[in-house]
Design a protein around this ligand. Sequence first.
Ligand code: ATP
Ligand code: MG
Length: 433
Amino acid sequence: MAKQGEIVVGLDIGTTKVCAVVAEVKGGVAEGGRLRGDEFSEIEILGVGNVPCKGLRKGVVANVASTTESIRQAIEEAQNMAGVEIRTVFAGIAGSHVRAQSSNGVVAIASNEVTRSDVERVLENARAIPIPTDRQILHVLPCEYLVDTQDGIREPVGMSGVRLEVKAQLITAARSCVENVIKCAERVGLTVADVVLEPLASAEAVLTEDEREIGVAVVDIGGGTTDVILYVDGGIVAANVIPVGGMSVTSDIAAGLRTPMAEAERLKHARGCALGRMVPDDEEMEVPGVGGYPARRVPRRVLADIIEPRVEEIFAVVRRQLEESGYLEQLSAGVVLCGGAVLMEGMTELGEEILGMPVRRGYPVGTRGLTDLTHGPQFATAVGLARYGAQAIFTAQAREDEPVVVPASKADAKAPGTTSDRPGFWGWIKAAF
Ligand SMILES: Nc1ncnc2c1ncn2[C@@H]1O[C@H](COP(=O)(O)OP(=O)(O)OP(=O)(O)O)[C@@H](O)[C@H]1O
Ligand SMILES: [Mg+2]
């Protein structure tokens, strides 16, 4: 059944860069159909294209032409490196237009034993709720299934019963933002197999099964957004996108040190620290002037004192969201940080102080091949998108291999509302996540 050798491409269209990761599906489906991210290697990275992008604002496409051009370059780079032609991609989406809400679905089990088709129908049922016409459903993410009176089920296929229920998180996004992502990719001649919530992809790349079980939050601090996703008991319980990231830190440095933006960015990378007290008092650095003013020497501590309040503010918003979710106490595995901004010294230390729990940096796992090109928290989304694609292919295969079952009964129908806007093969893949 396994589709070994299949090519999957993750396309992360970020606020500062476009990153395309071409990978070959290697196999390795763990229990419950989920790919394993620890000792198993399921995708082999064949090529990576990483180019700057200026077409987005706070995670949302704001300039189609320049975003398209960055995608073209990234795809070309990845294609040349991998030696394969790229036609289909799994693209990421973020931005503060993304929302998560709870939804339940319930169906009668067609033949006394739950099949994948029953699972598909119950997820379809969970997505059949009215949503405004300017929004669309991105994902129906199952938290738990219930078969008759038994709850807490992760993988219901094969269980006996007459009634299947799902408690799910519905992720919705502004239709126009999704369409713009697809439009940019299509202008380069690509087909978008799926548009995937970026923190979901990042989590796919950096988390272990144990962390998901124990309870964990992934916080991806990129250039323009900070994406948050929460896992408790193995399922997603909340997700959010905050429209602030590392670019705000750079702007603060440029204003605070009166230096050009490019110099502020360079100083942040080379000398930045998120926690002022970690910087020795005697360290100095040269700060180029702006508008004809000469360069001057400034204590490095001054730079850290500019960075710290902004990063503190970002973590404080994250903390508030964790509290408001009601799951703060259940995040025993703490927080995994990814995104380029977390490369800065002091990020995990400040994160632990503000969030009050263990914090680690998340590096993509579960890959082999050209892993040195994607070994960094800033590549979590692109690698995760490729892994998501591999997972989608496996799950779709598993479904195709399953015998056809009795179709849904009328009794399953919900009150009239929105039904799936993505029927067919990929529509099913969408519903499975
Ligand atoms: N070594 C470093 N030290 C500090 N900041 C860094 C470092 N490397 C990258 N960054 C910052 O990381 C940010 C980019 O991260 P990333 O590539 O994850 O963002 P993105 O995916 O393009 O944006 P987004 O996800 O917000 O749409 C930039 O603000 C950049 O300045
Ligand atoms: Mg990003």
